[in-house]
Design a protein around this ligand. Sequence first.
Ligand SMILES: *Cc1c(COP(=O)(O)O)cnc(C)c1O
Length: 384
Amino acid sequence: MDEIYFDYAATTPVDARVLQAMLPYFTQHFGNPSSIHALGQSAEAAVEGARRDVAEVLHARSEEIIFTGCGTESDNLALRGLALSQRAQRGANHLLVSPVEHPAVLQTARQLRDQYGFELEYLPVDAYGQVEAAAVAACIRNDTALVSVIYANNEIGTINPVAAIGAVCREKGVPFHSDAVQAAAHLAIDVQADGVDALALGAHKFYGPKGVGVLFLRRDVALLPALTGGKQEEGRRAGTHNVPYIVGLAAALKLAAEEREQRSRKLIPLRDRLIAGVLSTVPRSRLTGHPEQRLPNHASFVLEGVDGNALLAMLDMAGYACSSGSACKVGAPQPSEVLLATGLSPAWALGSLRITLGKDSTGDQIGRFLGDLPELVARARQLS
Ligand SMILES: *Cc1c(COP(=O)(O)O)cnc(C)c1O
């Protein structure tokens, strides 16, 4: 039996068109973009073409695009690189980070606190996990080194008012980073309108390959590099370019931009049917995240009195690949920090269920799922 895949927030398959674009760069155009000879130059042309394509989608300049090894690396480079250079430049020692960030941001911020002596302050969030611009304005200090707020949340789907937060940060002169790894698949990102100074993307969340990401870094914003070595990426990220993956990332991002409206038109009614169906057929269930300002493919719930991981295992046996939140947390018995930050009690937060749809999801799959779920939840409740 083919398992129905409802975990597109964890990762997506590589689009066949993206794979075709990548293949020549493994074997035929295998040169090192830093080499002077023709083979090197054709690889360099591919990397620079990919950089222009990514810049165009994000409304950035080519020189503001840094290719990295994944979304996590982009977040690490932004947080550590901005914090350390802001401290060196102007003694700024205060980090303002939302409590609903992906671990790639949260754990980096905590390392900066514990190992580098920064003061870490969490921004307040509401019951939907949303950060208000006014709250950012109230928390920024003269010694704030950076603000980091996730663009759209991976666990609960909530979209943040990034442009309003960006305007506040710009007015106060504080660098603003946003983790857009989930958002890039679904939302029109415009780094000018959004007022971000740094923005992270990872290709495997939008039908590109795993193991390649982007950091947008605004011109004139100083960044201490983490990988030092060759002159790649203008010294901001040394290491030989992963040419086929960079080509794949750019092809996938272009397709996401071109097909965005069409994909959303299909996904939103499916998502809404799923949300309404779960809430009406599963007793003691609640939607997590914002009811409207949420990713078009994202449905997330908490189910009281359910062990979320036990339910996931039962769903898997029944042929559905779902998640309890962040894929990185599987096996961890503690409730999700993101859900606790929205004010849920641990008893509710332990019963989390995330269903994320993709461009190949169908109404038929959702109908089957809604038919099977109530019985599985009832059985999971008997177990705990
Ligand atoms: C997946 C994800 C990441 C990590 O990206 P990788 O490319 O898997 O390292 C970071 N932030 C968010 C919001 C994500 O969903």
